[in-house]
Design a protein around this ligand. Structure first.
Ligand code: VGL
Length: 219
């Protein structure tokens, strides 16, 4: 084989290695957070369609897709009745805890359940586990993931906590600003959360940026 062929193969391997460290992370796109749900986030349903485009993009490139879910017991310090901030929501194995209708998660999606214990808030995906009991962090490391593309609900809670946790752990993070929605208990919370994530090192991208980023791979 000639030197040019070797260089081409090497280049492809390098590009693959750089590409293969990316994963899509969809945060808590569950019925309880959609309009009409027990902890409804305004326009929460509007993340579904953009996220489906991201799902297609990552799936086409063979990149891993994670979906976190809030997965609380009946009694938890997360709920108002037990000292927390929130009405009961996303209780394990209830219909409301299901993923949003229309969200086209692929068959091989890795589901991360968080907030499982009665003394856990579970805001960060890094508090969560796969169904086999592997921590989110261990699963990312096992797949060689170094760069997370994060969208979902809620900008000012689970997206924010997950992104800040990821940055602290040394991941590169891109926040998908056309695929997030916030609770905004105080007006402006979501924008402040975005500013904070950026100040801590996150990038913000929309679909066109990610398309360029991810498809810019020579065959
Ligand atoms: C969330 C508020 C309460 C979230 C969860 O998924 O962002 N927000 N519990």
């Amino acid at each position: 084989m000639g030197i040019i062929s070797w260089i081409k193969i090497l280049r492809k391997e390098c590009v693959n290695a750089v590409m293969a460290d990316k994963a899509l992370v969809i945060i808590d796109v569950q019925k309880c957070f959609l309009p009409g749900g027990s902890l409804a986030v305004a326009e929460g349903d509007n993340v579904v369609s953009p996220l489906n485009r991201y799902i297609e993009l990552f799936r086409d490139q063979g990149l891993p897709i994670y979906a976190t879910r809030d997965w609380h017991p009946n009694v938890t310090i997360h709920f108002k009745a037990y000292g927390g901030l929130w009405p009961p929501h996303c209780i394990q194995n209830t219909p409301e805890a299901e993923f949003a209708p229309g969200l086209e998660l692929p068959e091989n999606v890795e589901i991360i359940s968080a907030g499982i214990g009665p003394d856990e808030e579970g805001y960060s995906g890094f508090e969560g586990f796969t169904k086999e009991g592997q921590s989110f962090m261990d699963s990312l490391q096992a797949h060689g993931i170094r760069h997370l593309y994060v969208g979902g609900i809620a900008t000012d809670y689970c997206v924010r906590y997950t992104v800040l946790d990821a940055l602290r752990r040394g991941f590169r993070v891109t926040v998908l600003t056309d695929a997030i929605r916030g609770v905004d208990l105080e007006p402006g919370d979501s924008q402040r959360a975005i500013d904070e994530m950026v100040q801590n090192g996150a990038k913000t991208f929309e679909i066109e940026d990610v398309e360029k980023d991810i498809r810019a791979v020579p065959a």
